[in-house]
Ligand binder design. Structure first.
Ligand code: GDP
Length: 329
């Protein structure tokens, strides 16, 4: 059986060996403690080789055209000579337990492109768990020399905030709807966007798309810009015909140049790294806390007390946290 050691993984990733890259990602995704230990060491050793890619987040509601966009945009980038990795953050739907993105065959052209690498979201798990693995996979792809890493997420729930926190540029795909364009779009998403692209600007949809574009522009003007040097543009494109995709890439590059010159690029990456550290500390604390035997025993008792109204949530929480004070080490 093929059981490579850490050196083999590191060498394989740096040599851009696709099989080893895929296996290293499988290690990252594994829940076995021994695998987690190994992947931590691999990532630590690869850190000096990371940081050079453009990290691009893409979101949009189901049907907005994300997979069509990534397929053709990714292909365009490979034609420009770039190597492109595509990752997804797709936590299981809390309602159905199934994933939202992975059900259909997606990006067939890109999947067979030598310069591209597509890795679907690790299956199952919470958003935090999926995001953690995707973030580590992003670093691994950078070490493997990918020039652009696209992280796709579906535009529902909290996953957009999570993806925005791991990328340099966050692109929101929209489509022109009937009537009020701002219906169904969360203000929070606009605040995360570094650009909006109104997709499906083709055929007899062009006019409607341009109207929608103007409405989004107005909406943007009502927001306080997140950056002093960047005003998010609203673009129109057709993922299907490829119209406007080149312009979107130009915007991504302009953004990188402008933000680098103002120092905001590095600042954002530093802040993201710090946020990530605190996230891991909080997650580790929670794992540790809920793994204590006394807490495991206390939890059902406290839940019952709340459900039967014999205790207030505040006192139940205090009682559980008192465990920490009494068992500091
Ligand atoms: P996703 O759910 O966001 O990944 O959306 P898909 O990429 O699967 O696209 C949903 C549907 O819209 C598919 O039938 C696509 O062929 C279609 N579509 C995507 N982009 C465009 C576009 O630019 N123009 C037109 N006319 N249709 C598009």
């Amino acid at each position: 059986m093929d059981r490579p050691d850490i050196e083999t993984y590191i060498e394989g990733v740096l040599k851009r060996d696709r099989r080893r890259i895929a296996k290293a990602i499988t290690l990252i995704e594994s829940t076995l403690p021994a695998h987690q230990e190994m992947s931590r060491e691999i990532l630590d050793r690869l850190i000096p080789y990371t940081g050079k890619a453009i990290r691009l987040g893409v979101t949009g509601l189901p049907g907005a055209g994300k997979s069509t966009f990534i397929e053709n945009f990714g292909t365009l980038l490979t034609e420009k000579g770039y190597r492109v990795a595509v990752l997804t953050v797709d936590p299981s739907s809390p309602k159905t337990g199934g994933s939202i993105l992975a059900d259909k065959t997606r990006m067939e052209k890109l999947a067979t492109n030598d310069r591209a690498f597509i890795r679907p979201s690790p299956s199952g798990g919470t958003l935090g768990g999926v995001a953690r693995k995707t973030r580590e996979t992003l670093f691994l792809c950078e070490a493997a020399g990918f020039d652009v890493v696209i992280v796709e997420t579906v535009g529902v729930g909290q996953s957009e905030v999570t993806v925005a926190s791991m990328v340099d540029f966050f692109l929101v795909l929209m489509i022109a709807g009937a009537g009020d364009e701002l219906q169904g779009i969360k203000k929070g998403v606009l605040e995360l966007a570094d650009a909006i692209a109104v997709n499906k600007a083709d055929g007899d949809n062009v006019e409607r798309t341009l109207m929608a574009r103007r409405q989004y522009e107005v909406a943007f003007h009502l927001l306080n810009p997140a950056s002093r040097s960047w005003t998010p543009p609203v673009l129109a494109c057709s993922a299907l015909t490829g119209d406007g995709l080149g312009k979107i890439w130009d915007v991504v590059c302009d953004h990188r140049d402008i933000m680098t010159a103002s120092g905001e690029f590095e600042k954002k990456r530093r802040e993201q790294a710090l946020d990530w550290m605190w996230f891991l500390v909080r997650e580790g604390l929670a794992d540790w806390f809920f793994g204590r035997e006394a807490i495991v025993r206390l939890v059902p008792e406290m839940v019952r007390a709340i459900e039967t109204g014999t205790m207030t949530p505040t006192s139940a929480a205090s009682r559980m946290l008192a465990f920490l004070k009494n068992n500091p080490s």
